[in-house]
Design a protein around this ligand. Sequence first.
Ligand code: BJW
Ligand code: ZN
Length: 294
Amino acid sequence: MHSFTQHLLKVGKRAAFKMANRPSSDMAAFREKLKASKHLVVLTGAGVSAESGVPTFRGAGGYWRTYKAQDLACPEAFQENPSLVWEFYHYRREVMASKFPNPAHHAIAECQKWMEKEGKKLVVITQNIDELHARADTKGVIELHGSLFKTRCTKCGNIEVNKDSPICEALRDKGAPDPDSKGANIPEKLLPRCGIPACGGLLRPHVVWFGESLESHILEKADTELDGCDLCLVVGTSSVVYPAAMFAPQVASRGVSVAEFNLETTPATQQLGGHGFFFSGPCGQSLPTALAPF
Ligand code: BJW
Ligand code: ZN
């Protein structure tokens, strides 16, 4: 055969393969899968809280002062300047007082309720630390990256729920986000300290920073759900941060349908395959339709 014809055939085959393996945006077909599902996993990222007014990490609002969130969400930053990192987390804790779950969080929580009534299971695995899923009344949320409202002692390891506002007097009125704000340089002894009298160590936010391992019991719980689910939703995550970025491909490789809800495609989208779904647009609009009770 003429090499040019061969080339055309190859290109055509590749295009046909791509088309067949492209995720579908057929909502009715997705709803059929949902109706049949007995074990649904919903993996969420910052985009699920975006319509509540919580900034995402890699979007335009992902800066605090002149720092990218990722620059402060690492152990090196805390070691170098715990005051600055505490100002950042103190600010984010205070901001959450004026933020509320949005229709996406509520749709997931409602779906969990009706699935449970039918003897089925919906489990949320979130990368978010804002606790908005729990505030929407979703039960048993698996928090991969910890919580803004928990502290961990750097000396004795004690973990505690802490919803104090401010978390300590020295942080009162600190943490302003504008780029020209100066660091408060709070001495370590005035930063949040461990309440265990014999300890008194420096507290840190109980969150997972870059380069740190996720808690093994949390990862095991997540793995069990991912291995047992028969449908998976991936909502509002850029799918670039590991290990969460592996979860959708891991489920799709078992031949299970994964439905992605995002404003834009992500590295996960190409790995959903022909049995996957992609729904473009704000999830506060798409999820209430997708997860409406039957
Ligand atoms: C909407 C929307 C709307 C907006 N509707 N959608 C393997 C390969 C390469 C690197 C690594 C690897 N394994 C580990 C690493 C290193 C590292 C990593 O992944 N780096 C990558 C960046 C390359 N991972 C780690 O260090 C992890 N630890 C680990 O694996 O330990 C073992 C190990 C260590 C080192 C090397 C090898 C192994 C720990 C990761 C911890 C992440 N921590 C943070 C901070 C948490 C605390 C805090 O909040 O301050 O977690 S970083 C930040 O990213 C945060 C988020 O949970 C996480 C994910 O971000 P997310 O949620 O996806 O947000 P965005 O902003 O990125 O995306 C928002 C999306 O929403 C976008 O797609 C929008 O389009 C969309 N959207 N509005 C629908 N209305
Ligand atoms: Zn302690």
